[in-house]
Design a protein around this ligand. Structure first.
Ligand SMILES: N[C@@H](CCC(=O)N[C@@H](CS)C(=O)NCC(=O)O)C(=O)O
Length: 342
């Protein structure tokens, strides 16, 4: 498979998935051109079926430009098209762990990101002031104020999509604080979640943290207070073009329980029950996901995409050889993540 470079993508600094993908492209030395969405994206490029940031415009095998969204599958498409500096661990068991953590970052950590930004007044005010100025830096103050108000109203009205509400706020916030502890303890041992080189999970976490640690004041203050190391890590992750990864730099499967155990337990504690309750609601056609997460009530709107996330996790585990699956199951046993496959 060939994909023409430079890759074209449009996105925004305030979009965690945009930041995730830009960091992947820099680390992998894949040439790209970045357009600010809604501002300097060429009008001749095709629109994606689902409008999401970032949007890539890809010429694959000599085709016309085609719009593509969804960071995790795109990372895998780029792995097939560009060799070297891979973000996918070669050991299938470690690769599964990397995928699971990336999925948690993209789908659960993003709840914290969206929640803090649009729940607390100082965070809402910062986002309303800056987001529109990224889109059109030269517009008038008047237009910025109007756009900021519109943005905030729209996003606050969509908090229900990620499941941020007064019932779930304590669950989301306690989880973010525990996550900081998990990351801190990993970074005391090794520079990346995946060892001495970054995996796709590192980029997924990085994407969400660009906002949580470096933009939104409430989670930023929490991070600086409890885990300044994690704040510093985000700056490091932004541009890894100078890192020279070696094959032996990946975390060994034997090291997973000792190093990533607490993070896997956090995923099992909150994300696994959320995925399972969501899938149940989708299956029964229920209007609401109602569950208990971390011993507290959880209520949100069913989320079809996360139904697929669970499906993909199950397919990926099924695709392992029997021996690898046994080892994976051993690693996940009593983390709570094993319930995803029960
Ligand atoms: N699963 C997608 C999620 C992308 C996504 O949700 N992007 C957000 C911005 S960070 C978005 O475009 N939301 C729609 C909107 O803001 O209108 C990915 O991994 O790329």
């Amino acid at each position: 498979m060939t994909i023409e470079t430079p890759l074209l993508l449009s996105g925004a600094p305030g979009s965690p998935y945009t930041r995730k993908m830009l960091a992947v492209l820099r680390y992998r030395h894949i040439p790209y051109r970045f357009f600010l969405s809604g501002h300097d994206t060429p009008k001749t490029l095709p629109a994606p079926k689902v409008q999401l940031l970032p949007t890539f415009y890809l010429k694959e095998n000599g085709s016309e430009y085609q719009a593509a969204v969804d960071s995790s599958p795109l990372i895998r498409r780029f792995e097939a098209a560009f060799s070297g500096r891979s973000t996918l661990p070669p050991d299938p068991v470690v690769d599964f762990i990397d995928y699971l953590i990336e999925d948690y970052a993209d789908e659960w950590l993003t709840k914290a990101m969206f929640h803090y930004r649009w729940h607390y007044k100082p965070d809402v005010e910062r986002a309303a002031a800056i987001l529109p100025r990224w889109r059109a830096v030269t517009a008038s103050e008047d237009d910025h104020l109007k756009m900021g108000k519109m943005f905030a109203e729209r996003q606050i009205s969509r908090l229900y999509v990620v499941g941020s509400n007064d019932t779930t706020a304590p669950v989301i916030e306690a989880s973010y604080e525990r996550f900081l502890g998990c990351m801190k303890s990993i970074l005391e041992k090794q520079p990346f979640v995946m060892g001495k080189r970054p995996g796709s999970s590192d980029f997924g976490i990085f994407g969400q943290l660009t906002q949580l640690t470096h933009f939104d004041p409430t989670p930023m203050a929490l991070t600086l207070e409890h885990a300044p190391r994690v704040f510093a890590w985000v700056d490091i992750m932004e541009d890894l073009s100078g890192v020279e990864p070696a094959e032996g730099d990946w975390i060994a499967r034997e090291a997973v329980p000792g190093t990533l155990g607490t993070l896997l337990k956090e995923i099992g504690r909150v994300y696994a029950p959320a995925l399972i309750a969501n899938a149940k609601a989708l299956m029964t056609g229920a209007e609401k996901v109602e569950a208990e997460i971390d011993g507290k009530p959880w209520v949100q709107q069913p989320f079809p995409y996360q139904g697929k996330c669970l499906q993909w996790l199950r397919e990926k585990r099924e695709a392992l050889t029997a021996d690898d699956r046994k080892i994976l199951d051993g690693l996940l046993a009593s983390t709570g993540c094993e319930t995803l496959f029960a």
